[in-house]
Every structure is written in structure tokens, then in C-alpha cells.
Design a protein around this ligand. Structure first.
Ligand code: C2E
Ligand code: MG
Ligand code: MG
Ligand code: MG
Length: 283
């Protein structure tokens, strides 16, 4: 009898796997049309100076508004896009979109802040990436210090020589480079001194239990100090509650990003925030 149950659960499992696979293939196919069909959206998550509460920048985060499946997270479709290299097209769309919003903000007389864009490993292997970035800056007459590039720790430190050269070419345009998700890879400290980054983004996972756990506090404090000594700007990301904020203030964090301050926002809401300091300053 138990064998029978086993067989049934196998059938159900196989069926589920088949469905999942089918769904991914369909998504992959739909993704190719997402740009032409105007389904990609860029959200902006502000970064705050922890002491003054000023908005000092924002991170551009992509979403895909699928006609039948609704909003799809980048965690789902970026890996698909990387597999097919469609990510190269997406990345170009993201950069152009960010340039457009900056231009619009400048035209409306808003206080513009630098916008950071995430680049996948795959994208860094495009031969004409640096030319394309330069072309966009020219086309929209964007001051390069208003664009930042984020690459994950794992991306940055694998194939270090090649990636570092690519990043330094991008940097020579006047664009700042951030190492994203620091603390989730090998956190190779000697890598930190060899790579041409300007900003270190501490991953959310480093803040787990920081409000309760003294060891975590000591560790994050040391990383913050190290980062400062290396003359890097540090951003703590994924800050979710006020106890974390209090601790981070005490251990000399500088810039923070997370739900406790703001979720990633649509362009209109982001602009509203930038326009009206009272929406966040004295809260
Ligand atoms: P990331 O670059 O590390 O971005 C931070 C992620 O943390 C974002 O997820 C953001 O919405 C989320 N987040 C921010 N604050 C909090 C918080 O307080 N709590 C929690 N739990 N999460 C928070 P999102 O938007 O889903 O993006 C996931 C990842 O997808 C990004 O991680 C990035 O690696 C990638 N990604 C997003 N947009 C792009 C893009 O345009 N191009 C590429 N290549 N990758 C992108
Ligand atoms: Mg990022
Ligand atoms: Mg990150
Ligand atoms: Mg990440």
C-alpha cells in the first residue's frame, strides 16, 4: 500500500516539476517581448544619511509587469535573462531609463541624487559596454557622478583581473562603483584592497539579530571601520526596524537603505519624496 502512495506522490511530483518547467519556458519566451511591449518598470529605493536623514542617492530596481502573471520580481526573471543574454538588452534599457529620469528631474528643478544601477556578471563581458554607457551619458547630458554601478561581491571577486579592468574603465568615465551584497560571498578581505570600488554595500544578512547579538554588532562595526579606513563609502542595506537603526547610528554607519525608511518606489512617488522633505525628514 505504501508503495502505491509512493507512486502517486511521484506522479504528482513529476507533474509539478513539469508545470514549473513549462512556466519557466513560457516566462523566458514572454521576457523577450517585455521591452518592446513596454512591460519593464524601474523602481527607485532612496538611500538615506543615517544622521541627517537626507536622501543621498537611490537604487534603481527593475520589475516586470507581466500581462497575466502580474508584477514579477527580478529574483525570478533576471536569472532567466542572464541565461539567454537578454540581460544585456535589459541592462541597456535600465541605464537609459535612469538617464531619462535624471534629465526629467533636472528639468523640473528637483534635487537630483545619484542613481545606482545593478549590473550582472554577464553584462560586464559585453565588449561595447563602456562605449554604450558613455553614449548614454552624452545623449542625455548626464553628469557621470549621478550614475553609479553596483556589482555583487561574487561577481566582483571572481575573475578579478578582468572584472577589475572593466570596472576601472567604467570608473574612468566618472562613474562610481559599488560592491553589492558584501558578506554573502567569500567576503575576501584582500579582494577589497585589490578592486577599484568606491562604495561597499553591506548585505542585509549581516544585520540579522544585530539588535540582540553583541557579536554581530562588533563584526559590523569592524567592517564599517575597515571600510572607512579604506576610504570607501559604506551603505547598510535591508534595514527593517528602528532598533537596527539605533545600533547602526552608534557604530558609525553612514548611509542606510531599507524598508524602515522606504520601499522601492515608482518614479512619481520617488519624485514626490525628493520634492517634499517633510515626508521623511522629521518622521
Ligand atoms: P540588490 O541589488 O541587492 O537589491 C536589494 C534588494 O533588497 C531589492 O530586492 C530590494 O527591494 C530589497 N530590499 C530593500 N530594502 C529591503 C528591506 O528592508 N528588507 C528586505 N527584505 N528587502 C529589502 P529586489 O528589488 O527584489 O531585487 C533583487 C535583486 O535583483 C537585486 O538585489 C539585484 O541583484 C537584482 N536586480 C534588480 N534590478 C536589477 C537590474 O536592473 N539589473 C540587474 N542585473 N539586476 C537587478
Ligand atoms: Mg544592488
Ligand atoms: Mg544588495
Ligand atoms: Mg542582492
Amino acid at each position: 500500500k505504501s508503495k502505491e502512495i509512493n507512486n502517486i506522490s511521484h506522479v504528482i511530483f513529476d507533474e509539478k516539476l513539469k508545470q514549473e518547467k513549462k512556466k519557466l519556458i513560457e516566462l523566458e519566451r514572454d521576457l523577450f517581448k517585455s521591452i518592446d511591449n513596454n512591460q519593464l518598470r524601474l523602481y527607485y529605493q532612496p538611500k538615506f544619511n543615517i544622521h541627517t536623514k537626507d536622501i543621498v542617492g537611490a537604487e534603481a530596481l527593475i520589475r516586470w509587469e507581466h500581462p497575466t502573471r502580474g508584477m514579477i520580481s527580478p529574483m525570478v526573471f533576471i536569472p532567466l535573462a542572464e541565461k539567454t543574454r537578454f540581460i544585456n538588452k535589459i541592462g541597456r534599457w535600465v541605464l537609459e531609463e535612469a538617464c531619462k529620469i535624471i534629465k526629467k528631474q533636472e528639468n523640473e528643478g528637483l534635487d537630483v541624487v545619484p542613481i545606482a544601477i545593478n549590473l550582472s556578471r554577464v553584462e560586464l563581458y559585453q565588449k561595447d559596454l563602456v562605449d554604450f554607457i558613455e553614449e548614454m551619458l552624452k545623449k542625455y547630458k548626464i553628469n557621470p557622478n549621478l550614475i553609479e554601478i553596483e556589482v555583487t561581491e561574487t561577481t566582483a571577486l571572481k575573475d578579478l583581473k578582468f572584472i577589475n579592468k572593466k570596472l576601472s574603465d567604467i570608473k574612468s568615465l566618472g562613474i562610481k562603483i559599488a560592491m553589492d551584497d558584501f558578506g554573502t560571498g567569500n567576503s575576501n578581505l584582500s579582494g577589497l584592497k585589490d578592486i577599484c570600488i568606491d562604495v561597499l554595500k553591506l548585505d542585509k544578512s549581516l544585520l540579522n539579530d544585530i539588535e540582540k547579538d553583541l557579536k554581530t554588532q562588533v563584526m559590523v562595526k569592524s567592517i564599517l571601520n575597515l571600510s572607512k579606513d579604506l576610504e570607501l563609502m559604506t551603505i547598510c542595506e535591508g534595514v527593517e526596524n528602528t532598533s537596527q537603526v539605533e545600533i547602526l547610528k552608534n557604530i558609525n554607519a553612514e548611509v542606510v537603505q531599507g524598508y524602515v525608511y522606504s520601499k522601492p518606489l515608482e518614479e512619481e512617488k520617488f519624485n514626490r519624496l525628493i520634492k517634499d522633505k517633510s515626508l521623511y525628514k522629521d518622521k
